[in-house]
Design a protein around this ligand. Sequence first.
Ligand SMILES: Cc1cc2nc3c(=O)[nH]c(=O)nc-3n(C[C@H](O)[C@H](O)[C@H](O)COP(=O)(O)O)c2cc1C
Length: 198
Amino acid sequence: MPKKKVSIKPGPMLYPLPAVMVTVGDMEENNIITIAWTGIINTSPPMTYISVKKSRHSHDILSRSREFVINLTTEKTVKATDYVGVKSGRDVDKFKEMSLTPIKADIVKAPMIEEAPINLECKVFEIKELPSHDMFLAEIVAVHIDEDLIDEKGKYCFEDAGLIAFNHGSYYKLSNRKIGGFGYSIMKNKTKKKLAKK
Ligand SMILES: Cc1cc2nc3c(=O)[nH]c(=O)nc-3n(C[C@H](O)[C@H](O)[C@H](O)COP(=O)(O)O)c2cc1C
């Protein structure tokens, strides 16, 4: 029997997505906004985007500064991730309320969140106005990762960061149980054995 499909109203049903905490500001006037409409759009140079509604307090700051930091989110920061996505910086100091620590970035003026295991410093090169959101296209100009995510061989162990995903309105933890690797579907047994020894 073929599986039955139901056609539903078109919507942004691409899941899972990251729900990241984006920081904006200049270390004096700081803010954090949760963003799910984000992704990678180019490898080299690394480029990303965030889509932000004009009504957000962060939109005002971003339009002026044209810089931001993407802070990846974890099981430990999931409550903060939700909070900074439902409260506005116009009304509360989200760093203070969620006990998050702003630390200086290397290149951009926007702060990084110390509690995030991975921080991407971004510089905006284009703002594209779309019907509901403005898309801030940006180059990733620096990346920081927690030291304990680098093993003794220098490998980045992102699977140990406790990263979370956003799936249709809810947050989910990612398992670190690997079920495949890039290109594994066509990998020769000889190569598999060689890799297993490493
Ligand atoms: C999981 C989640 C994802 C969100 N994604 C976006 C997004 O991609 N773009 C956006 O403009 N707002 C998004 N929001 C809403 C903003 O984070 C929210 O309106 C926030 O309070 C704005 O803060 P601000 O006024 O301090 O900038 C999201 C909220 C949540 C909880």
